[in-house]
Structure formats: C-alpha cells, structure tokens
Design a protein around this ligand. Structure first.
Ligand code: PRE
Length: 335
C-alpha cells in the first residue's frame, strides 16, 4: 500500500452488490478510496491501464443462476491473444501468464427488492392501476427472480410487463426514477436492487426479499495487477487455498479432458469447481472450442511453485493459465 492509501474499483454506482463486496473486503484497511466503474469490462480495463488503481472487485457466480458470464469471458479474452501467439509459434512452453491475478474472494448475500420511484398507497396491489410496468435491473438478476416475476404476471394478467437491462442493480434504481418523471400516468417504471440502493435513491420498496431462493449468494473475485502482487498483503489464512486455473485441450484426442483432470488426481489435489466457456480464437478457427475453468485446493504449506504439477499440466493440456492462489473465504461455508 502506498502512503495515499488504496484505490479499489467496483461495478458502480454506490449501492450495488459489488460495492458491498468491495466494502466487505477492504473495510478493515485504512484510507481506501472506492471508485465506481460503469461496467464489468471497465473493472478489468481500468485496472490494467491505470497504475494508480490497486484492486478491482468483479462478480463471478451466483448460487441460484450460476456463472456471471461477462466476468468469465473477460478472463478468457485476456488469455486469447496470448493463446493465438502460441499457435503461430513453435513455443514448447504452453503456460500463459496473464497480466492480472486473482488475490481474494468475497461472498455477498443477495436480497432483492422490487423498488418503485413513487409512493404507491396500496403497495404491490397498486400495480392494478397501471397498463404497463417496465422493470429495470442487471441482466444477472432475471434468473434470480424469475418465479417472482411470473407470479406477478399471473396476478395482474391485464398488465404488460417488460424487463430492461441496466449496467447494475443500483443504476437500475436511478434509471426507474429518471424514466418515471417523463412518462404517461399509465406506465410504471420499477427496479430490482438491494434495500441499500433503494435507500440511497430515496425510492420505495414495494416487495422485499423477492429472490426465488432466499439465501442466494453471489461470489466475487478481487483482482490485482500481477506485477504489483510480489508483496501480496492478503495473508494466507488457515482455510484451504483455492487455485483458479484455465486450460484448453487437444480436442481431437480421446480422453484429453480426463488426462488433464487426472493430473489433479495423481497429485492428490481436490477439485472444487469446473465450468467452460466458448474459446473461438479467430475466424479461421473451428467454431466449437472450449476453455475449461477449474478450481482446486492446495494446502497453505504447499510450495508456491509446484513444478512437477505444472509440468504435468503443461504436458496434458494445450495451453493453460493459473489466475491466482487465494484463501477460501469462510463465508463460502455459510448457507
Ligand atoms: O448489479 C449489481 O449490483 C452487481 O454488483 C452485479 C451483480 C452480478 O453481476 O451478479 C452482482 C450480484 C447480483 O447477483 C446481481 C448483479
């Protein structure tokens, strides 16, 4: 940390779940400046380009509707150009070093509210007075409240409901306030966001805890520039270390995915997650190629440079990248 303190980027504006994750991560540090980004891509770009920014907090997955694909794809996109340059060369070392690194994880419990820009005398029952309802939120939210929105549609069959994407949940509250000021009385603009966001904008909550699964949680990654992390200030705790690794396989070789996973087994490493995203290198490349994301545990006393493990991964995969080794957050274990 420099004398001027830390600068931490998050998906803004204030009042987003990402903001909450950033506060949770850095609340015990003195002198932290929280900087709102306008999109998830900006959370990556600014961290890479602006040396004054120390960390960026991005959502990765939700316990109800899974991957935040924007973040997965932004990690993938950072591997892509380096993967292309390997294909073109005769390089034997197939390990890719990314410029950013994952240094910690955070978990935020999600409690969505249905938020109105105007006070409705009869709460949710007042929707019956309108002809059209336009609901704004972050695209990740729709899959978390789908059952609730369907039940609203059934309750008010005469109403037209439209879902509109916004850059974040908190931005959606601002959007519904703006839109409501210049629209006919027959249309109501609503937002889905946290109670904090509703309070921040002095908007009105007409439905609380509307997510289909209560206890729904979003997992966030804390990113830093690799070159700045030589003195990693995130002390490794007593909890297991999580390693995030991505790899491509020699797709036409039968068993090539199993071969990579078997390396974990041989080294007695327990895998705790696996997923994949499309990995289409360029227009000359085949359409159906995948990048696999795995996470596995290592002991806190394990050597940082597990050379034989890396050598085996290099041998069995086409290309691979280790994004970071960080302590499991104890909130991972909470229901
Ligand atoms: O819009 C926000 O509040 C965010 O922080 C983004 C985000 C996400 O992309 O997953 C974070 C948590 C919720 O699951 C919904 C939206």
């Amino acid at each position: 940390m420099n004398e001027r303190g830390l600068k931490v980027l998050f998906l803004g504006p204030e009042g987003t779940y990402s903001h909450q994750a950033a506060l949770q991560q850095f609340q015990c540090m003195p002198n932290v400046e929280y900087l709102p980004a306008t999109s998830i891509p900006q959370c990556f770009d600014k961290l890479e380009k602006d040396a004054s920014i120390n960390y960026s907090v991005v959502p990765l997955e939700n316990s109800t509707n899974g991957q935040v694909v924007f973040s997965y794809d932004l990690l993938r996109d950072r591997m892509m150009p380096k993967a292309l340059s390997f294909t073109a060369s005769t390089e034997t070392n197939n390990r890719i070093q990314a410029d950013i690194e994952v240094v910690a994880e955070q978990y935020v419990s999600i409690t969505h509210c249905l938020i109105s820009p105007i006070k409705l005398s009869n709460g949710i029952e007042s929707l019956g007075k309108f002809q059209e309802v336009i609901i704004y939120s972050h695209p990740q939210v729709w899959g978390q409240v789908d059952g609730y929105l369907k039940s609203l549609e059934e309750k008010f069959p005469q109403l037209t409901f439209t879902r509109t994407d916004c850059s974040s949940t908190s931005a959606s509250v601002n959007q519904c306030l703006q839109s409501q000021t210049a629209c006919p009385d027959s249309i109501l603009h609503l937002a889905i966001a946290s109670e904090t966001a509703a309070r921040l904008y002095k908007a009105h909550i007409i439905g609380h805890s509307i997510n289909d699964k209560l206890g729904n949680t979003t997992r966030f990654l804390v990113l830093a520039r690799r070159e700045d992390m030589r003195n990693n200030m995130f002390k490794h705790s007593e909890l297991p270390q999580v390693n995030l690794l991505t790899f491509t396989i020699r797709q036409d070789d039968p068993g090539s995915l199993v071969d990579v996973l078997n390396v974990l087994k041989i080294h007695s490493l327990n895998m705790c997650s696996i997923s994949s995203r499309p990995f289409h290198l360029n227009e000359d490349d085949r359409n159906w190629r995948y990048l696999f994301f795995i996470e596995y545990y290592t002991d806190k006393n394990a050597p940082e440079d597990n050379e034989t493990f890396y050598k085996d991964i290099s041998e069995k995969s086409k290309q691979w990248c280790l994004w970071g080794t960080f302590s499991r957050n104890k909130m991972y274990y909470h229901k």
